[in-house]
Design a protein around this ligand. Structure first.
Ligand SMILES: CC(C)(COP(=O)(O)OP(=O)(O)OC[C@H]1O[C@@H](n2cnc3c(N)ncnc32)[C@H](O)[C@@H]1OP(=O)(O)O)[C@@H](O)C(=O)NCCC(=O)NCCS
Length: 167
């Protein structure tokens, strides 16, 4: 399967809406609007236009020509400004095919080549095994464990802080 990363454009809006309305939200924060509407997509694509390449990097994941997911980093600010948080999601029909492992490999290279960062950070709920495997296979190490720090729909989860250094 051929995996590539493409900049988000207006043309991909319906793909974005489809992905965000089908993704498994169990371990996602509530920042992702539910339902994900045209307005949600317009707001997000506008934010991407303003910040891409300076305050973050935002890419569509394309598998054999189809847009199947989203992968982003958003830079922290002030003294944390050479660190950024990575996030990703995939439409469920495409899970467990190695897509995010490959997308993350390509994306981390692009991020370190494009932005002035020393590291990339991720927060991953402990039961989200697929996600921390993706990170581990891409050289992220566990740096901390935040106990009971993630509460969603009445469920309480521990989460891992994972980090990858540029060197
Ligand atoms: C988490 C997610 C990004 C993983 O992407 P993916 O393309 O399915 O992952 P990959 O196919 O590259 O597989 C990653 C690893 O997890 C394993 N895995 C996949 N699903 C699993 C599951 N349900 N339970 C345990 N391991 C699983 C795979 O076997 C693989 O590990 P391996 O190489 O040791 O066999 C995707 O499932 C997703 O979008 N989930 C919903 C949104 C989300 O949770 N995002 C992350 C928030 S931190």
């Amino acid at each position: 399967m051929k995996i590539t990363l493409e900049p988000w454009t207006e043309d991909l809006k319906q793909d974005l809406i489809h992905i965000c309305n089908t993704v498994d939200r169990t371990y996602l924060t509530n920042r992702l609007p539910d339902p994900y509407t045209e307005e949600s997509a317009d707001w997000w694509l506008n934010m991407v236009r303003e910040k891409d390449g300076t305050e973050g990097l935002f890419r569509a994941i394309v598998a054999d020509g189809r847009v199947v997911g989203n992968i982003t980093v958003e830079c922290f600010t002030d003294v944390y400004g050479q660190d950024a948080e990575i996030g990703y999601l995939l439409t469920p029909a495409c899970e467990s095919k190695g897509i995010m492992t490959e997308a993350t490999r390509q994306f981390c290279e692009l991020v370190f080549d494009t932005l002035n960062l020393r590291r990339i950070t991720s927060k991953v709920c402990v039961p989200n095994i697929a996600s921390w495997r993706v990170l581990e296979k891409n050289g992220f190490q566990q740096e901390g464990l935040i106990r009971q720090g993630f509460v969603k729909n009445g469920q309480v989860y521990d989460y891992k802080i994972m980090g990858k250094l540029k060197e």
